[in-house]
Ligand binder design. Structure first.
Ligand code: NAP
Ligand code: HSE
Length: 416
């Protein structure tokens, strides 16, 4: 019998307890032994809960219990969770976590001390087995890119706002009630949660130890009806993507909203669903699709990791024998892509001429143009051919200084 202690019995933890109890026969038939959730730890013991497991509010009741074989960390946060996972590993326990924030900062620290298996399938894209796909199924490939929708909350919100006209705050509250959002939902809408996930995948693909502060992260907070209108006019959807590309010896890692063609499969992924495409030299392109958040979908991945432990899996955290990457992180100034630019101006003679002159001086070539005018002002919406990020940014700084420009210009990247 394997005994499991669960630290954090909230949305995901409760589902883990239920799966282990309700699917006991199925799981036992796969591993030839019982896996029993024996103790859960929560912060507030007086909260009403619909689960049948002994609870404590003392983490040591799990960490100091020599009978517990597997510690499941589902409390969230970074530094406290790191101490808990570190202590569990040093005590010789197996660990399973869904905590991508923890791994975004401490995956290499944990790799260096994890003498026992540490499963983290649930940390990226909820129920989709993308960690296993990348670490095991695609391990013979040189990966050239990983790209996808990795945050269920923001995709759910974008879908509902764009297709059904929901208001931002109203739909965020619904995502929280459905158990999709992080304890601090600014992690979801600000792109940080997706950044944690793409950093984990980048490590599996390239063994690169980048931290969230070192990469470009933008969220969905500044998308306006102008972007929605532009997308409709030019055949795009708006999606928040995690992107990781190999460019020579550099790795370009970033998270931001993009315009993506309505013909691209990722553009058709709606609601809480996530989808990730991986390009490898042998397999070419493969795509992984499924529910990216929610108690049961995430717990499905947590329990799969517990089953792997019962089956004796014991590989390195990121799938490498050392932690020396041959790659370096690319500066976000060097991003090379197509752009959309929105500029709100006074509707005067010569405005367009002055703006296009600045674009030309920065080697930026315009691809499409749309103008929405009212009596005295106009909103100019441009898309460009491929340009360098640093050139776009410096063009926007110059444009903002023009006397007829009414507010800070905004831009969004177009992903092809
Ligand atoms: P949650 O519903 O807020 O549950 C957190 C649980 O941890 C609660 O039971 C809470 O106790 C307990 N807890 C928090 N701090 C604690 C502490 N210091 N000591 C003891 N217990 C503590 O969160 P969740 O949605 O289940 O997420 C858990 C983890 O899974 C997070 O790392 C999250 O990023 C990750 N994750 C979540 C999802 C999802 O869809 N929800 C998907 C993938 C990954 P109380 O119940 O008393 O408050
Ligand atoms: N808050 C996360 C999301 C949970 O919405 O994708 C899954 O990691």
């Amino acid at each position: 019998m394997l005994k499991v202690g669960i630290i954090g019995v909230g949305t995901v933890g409760s589902s883990v307890v239920k799966i282990l109890q309700n699917s006991k026969d199925l799981i036992t038939s796969k591993v030839n032994q019982e896996i029993v959730p024996v103790l859960g730890v929560v912060k507030n013991l007086s909260k009403k809960r619909d689960i049948d497991i002994t609870l404590s509010d003392n983490i040591d009741d799990i960490l100091n219990n020599d009978d517990i074989d597997i510690v499941v960390e589902l409390m969230g946060g970074v530094e406290d969770a790191y101490e808990v996972v570190k202590r569990a590993l040093l005590k010789g326990k197996y660990v399973v976590t869904a905590n991508k924030a923890l791994l975004a900062y401490h995956r290499y620290d944990l790799e260096s001390i994890s003498n026992k298996h540490l499963g983290y399938e649930a940390s990226v894209a909820g129920g989709i087995p993308i960690v296993k796909a990348l670490k095991e199924g695609l391990s013979a490939n040189n990966i050239s890119s990983i790209k996808g929708i990795m945050n269920g909350t923001s995709n759910f919100m974008l879908t509902k706002m764009i297709k059904e006209g929901f208001k931002y705050d109203e739909i965020l509250k619904i995502a929280q009630d459905l158990g999709y959002a992080e304890a601090d939902p600014t992690f979801d809408v600000g792109g940080h949660d997706a950044a944690h996930k793409i950093l984990i995948l980048a490590s599996i693909a390239y063994n690169i130890d980048a931290k969230p502060e070192e990469i470009l992260i933008e969220g969905i907070e500044n998308i306006t009806k102008d972007e929605i209108k532009f997308a409709k006019e030019f055949g795009y959807e708006i999606k928040l993507l995690g992107i990781c590309k190999k460019i020579g010896s550099e790795i370009d890692i970033r998270v931001h909203p993009v315009f993506i063609s309505c013909d691209d499969m990722i553009s058709k992924v709606n609601g809480v669903m996530n989808a990730i495409t991986v390009k490898g030299d042998m397999v070419e392109e493969s795509m992984y699709y499924g529910p990216g958040a929610g108690g049961d979908a995430t717990a499905s991945a947590v329990v799969a990791d517990i089953i792997d432990i019962a089956r004796g899996h014991n590989d390195s955290l990121l799938g490498y024998t050392d932690n020396k990457s041959t790659y370096t992180l690319m500066s976000s100034d060097d991003i090379h892509t197509e752009y959309y630019v929105r500029i709100h101006v006074a509707d005067e003679i010569g405005v367009l001429n002055q703006i296009t002159k600045i674009f030309a001086s920065k080697n930026i070539s315009i691809s499409t143009f749309l103008q929405n005018s009212d009596e005295k002002t106009a909103t100019l919406l441009f898309s460009t051919h491929k340009a360098k990020e640093k050139n776009i940014k410096s063009a926007l700084v110059e444009i903002e200084k023009l006397s007829f420009v009414k507010e800070k210009p905004s831009m969004m990247r177009i992903e092809k």
